[in-house]
Design a protein around this ligand. Structure first.
Ligand code: ATP
Ligand code: ZN
Length: 722
């Protein structure tokens, strides 16, 4: 045996490659090295040393290492290797995913210390000219900060480098080296005591220092965040790290702020809007072992923690924890695996836990902690179904709905109107010839966006100007059909001209920091109407919202996706949960054409755990997850026949006793961006057996022939089954 190293590359390849370690060089697993690969110079990651290469192979020498330490520590490597096996994804891509982009590209693993800023004691925001509005806001904000604030923290607040530089040039702020963490003492002294219900739930949380998974079922507004904060405050060692996974950070700047008050600059954030330098900086800080508490979106679970003391997954039911393409992992599930590997407690929190997690709690795999009271005098909101069949609607809103909104506004309260679609209307239709505008590249209608007079496909990049008349018959009776957020916004503005209407959806919040500005008005407490998509359902704490309206609840009632009822209930409960969180009692109005539907009836009458039990018994009867393991093989190509034939071949390769295979069938949106998509669903009682089959199948599919341009992917534990 010679000195050899086995490396993987950041490529969609299932193989690893062996190299000879040149004399005098030492390498270790997890280290980045330069390697020659064909004619290219690439960055490789060492996964093993001293391996025996295949017979008769003369090995190329390994290039120089990029640093003399392992970029990926053992446990992170172990986690990603586990994920590669579990999700059937190439190991190289999984391991490289746990590196920040700069390190994937081979840049050095070091950065100069980050700059910090503080307002000069004599700096007065009022001396700034009126056109420097943002600089003024930044200066006022900096003056409120206890000491030196990191540049990344300032940027996370929605301010830009240009604004920082502007203030610096005016001599109003100083640069300084950020100091170690300092929480806001005045705030800490004023922290609320846990309520008796919170204390009872708190006692059910896991003890530190050992792996257990606890599902914290806490109804909306019960103060789960407060529990996490207390838990970390009490149990996290001063040198330890912690991870808090959240669905989408940009949506809830409030949450990050709350954590910062408790833990000061110990809080670090991790999400997709960070630039490469910010990512590298945070990654290095975690790798170095700084006692960071990371609030991050799903990929934060792959950070190279040195000593992790606790993991929290907030809103654990949220579908954004599952990556929707490529390496289709679940950040929540990896968090549990990570907890097990690092022997630390994991808390999964939600007001609407997933069926999976409830099932795990029922079977004893997870512990269950319950918090079923709202904080203070607040009560859960009262829910009413409003049947809109044969009722006149104004822009999708029924008279009683408009009346209810009017009453609340008059009383000085706030209203939230939930619409499940952005844009003005989901369809443009000609009322003379019946023509509807389709996407030329997808099996989908174009959504009308009135603000910029465009028709857009929400499934691909296609967009075009909206024609004024029907493109088929030139009729002028060419009109939008159905509701989107823009249309609801317009209707409400017309109905309530005195009241601010604030629209919150992906279009209105594209710019960094924008959602914060929009929410500032809401948090002011002035009467207003919020209109938005499920973005509004996620974790917001709006004290003055007393009425929530769901414009149309029926989308998920008749879907072919077996998860649709679960998702519908979760979304409606979450959005309802924004009502009546503080003193004012809350009410929820759900407009529907199916008020007699059992699921909607249950929503109004039953507790969430009972609804889930019901959904679980249906799943059990039908042999669906979580009672069976499921995976989907998806194929897409230029021709549906190719996609189906490929999957048919796969079906024959995989067939064996005990494995149910459904399909191949075209996907619900069979053509997307001119690719024809189909799928094959695998269901097995035994997960390990399914895994084995999938691993063999992937190997065979890698080796086998496939039509030109065909791409395939495995999705283990799929959350979309259409
Ligand atoms: N013990 C307490 N005393 C006073 N106020 C509290 C207490 N605990 C929480 N609160 C306040 O109650 C409100 C709701 O708490 P929080 O946002 O933590 O709820 P949640 O359970 O995370 O809600 P959701 O799941 O609906 O997002 C917040 O304004 C919070 O500051
Ligand atoms: Zn399209």
């Amino acid at each position: 045996m010679t000195d050899t190293a086995r490396i993987v590359l950041s490529r969609p390849l299932r193989q690893a490659f062996d190299y000879r370690i040149p004399d005098g060089q030492t390498v270790m697993p997890g280290q980045r090295v330069r390697v020659r690969f064909g004619r290219q110079q690439l960055v490789g990651l060492v996964i093993a040393t001293g391996v025996t290469p295949p017979e008769g192979l003369s090995l190329r020498p390994l290039g120089p290492p990029l640093e003399d330490w392992a970029a990926l520590p053992d446990d992170t490597r172990e986690l990603m290797s586990w994920a590669a096996r579990y999700y059937q994804h190439p190991l190289g891509e999984c391991l490289f995913m746990a590196l920040p982009p700069a390190l994937r590209r081979g840049q050095p693993a070091s950065l100069p210390t980050e700059t910090g800023w503080r307002a000069r004691p004599d700096a007065d925001p009022d001396t700034l000219p009126p056109q420097a509005r943002k600089q003024k806001m930044l200066l006022s904000w900096l003056k409120q900060q206890p000491d030196i604030t990191r540049e990344s923290t300032i940027r996370a607040e929605g301010f830009s480098l240009a604004q920082i530089r502007g203030l610096h040039q005016r001599g109003l702020i100083d640069t300084a080296t950020p100091k170690p963490p300092t929480p806001d003492q005045a705030y800490l002294d004023s922290l609320p005591q846990l309520t008796p219900a919170q204390q009872a739930a708190y006692r059910q949380l896991p003890s530190p220092g050992a792996f257990t998974t606890t599902l914290l079922y806490g109804i909306t507004g019960s103060g789960k965040t407060e529990l996490y904060l207390h838990y970390l405050q009490e149990h996290l060692g001063a040198d330890q790290q912690a991870l808090i996974l959240v669905p989408e950070i940009n949506l809830t700047p409030q949450t990050v702020r709350r954590f910062r008050r408790y833990f000061g600059e110990r809080i670090q954030v991790w999400h997709s809007a960070l630039n490469d330098t910010e990512r590298l900086r945070t990654w290095l800080s975690i790798r170095r072992g700084d006692p960071a508490i990371v609030i991050g979106t799903r990929s934060a679970v792959t950070l190279p923690f040195a000593d992790i003391g606790a993991i929290v997954v907030d809103e654990e039911h949220d579908s954004s924890f599952k990556q929707g393409e490529g390496f289709r992992y679940s950040g929540r599930d990896l968090a549990v695996v990570r907890g097990q590997m690092n022997d630390c407690p994991v808390i999964l929190g939600s007001a609407t836990p997933s069926t999976e997690s409830f099932h795990n709690a029922r079977t004893g795999k997870y512990r269950l902690a319950r918090l079923e009271e709202r904080v203070g005098d607040a009560r859960p909101p009262e829910m009413t179904l409003l049947d809109i069949r044969s009722r006149p609607l104004e822009g999708g809103l029924a008279r009683p709905t408009l009346q209810a909104i009017g009453e609340r506004i008059e009383r000085g309260e706030q209203v939230l109107v939930f619409v499940n679609r952005r844009g003005y209307a989901p369809v443009m239709m000609c009322f003379d010839c019946g023509h509807m505008m389709d996407c030329p590249h997808c099996d989908a209608r174009l959504t009308y966006h009135r603000r910029d007079r465009a028709l857009r496909c929400h499934h691909c990049d296609h967009q075009r100007a909206a024609p004024a008349t029907c493109p088929e018959c030139d009729s002028e009776a060419f009109q939008p059909v159905g509701q989107g957020t823009e249309r609801t916004e317009d209707i409400l503005e017309a109905q309530f001209p005195e009241t601010p209407v604030i629209r919150i959806d992906r279009d209105s919040t594209r710019r960094r920091g924008r959602i914060d500005q929009l929410l500032a008005t809401v948090n002011d407490g002035t009467p207003c109407i919020l209109v938005g998509t499920q973005m509004l359902a996620k974790g917001h704490d709006f004290p003055n919202v007393s009425l929530v309206v769901a414009v149309n609840a029926d989308g998920g009632l008749f879907s072919v996706d077996f998860r649709a009822p679960e998702t519908l209930i979760q979304t409606l409960l979450q959005v309802s949960g924004r009502a009546g969180r503080h003193r004012i009692p809350g009410r929820v109005l759900i407009q529907t054409c199916h008020s007699d539907h059992p699921l909607l009836q249950q929503l109004c009458e039953a507790d969430y755990p009972d609804i889930v039990d019901h959904l679980l018994s249906e799943r059990e009867a039908l042999g669906l997850p979580p009672f069976r393991a499921m995976a989907i093989l998806r194929a897409e190509s230029r021709d549906m026949a190719d996609s189906l034939a490929f999957l048919d071949g796969a079906r024959q390769m995989a067939a064996r006793d005990g494995l149910a295979i459904w399909g191949p069938l075209p996907a619900i949106i069979a053509r997307r961006a001119d690719r024809h998509r189909a799928q094959l669903v695998f269901v097995d009682e035994r997960r390990s057996r399914l895994q084995h089959t999938l691993a063999q199948l992937c190997g065979a599919l890698d080796q086998g022939d496939k039509p030109a341009g065909l791409r395939w992917q495995i999705d283990v534990d799929p959350i979309e089954t259409g």
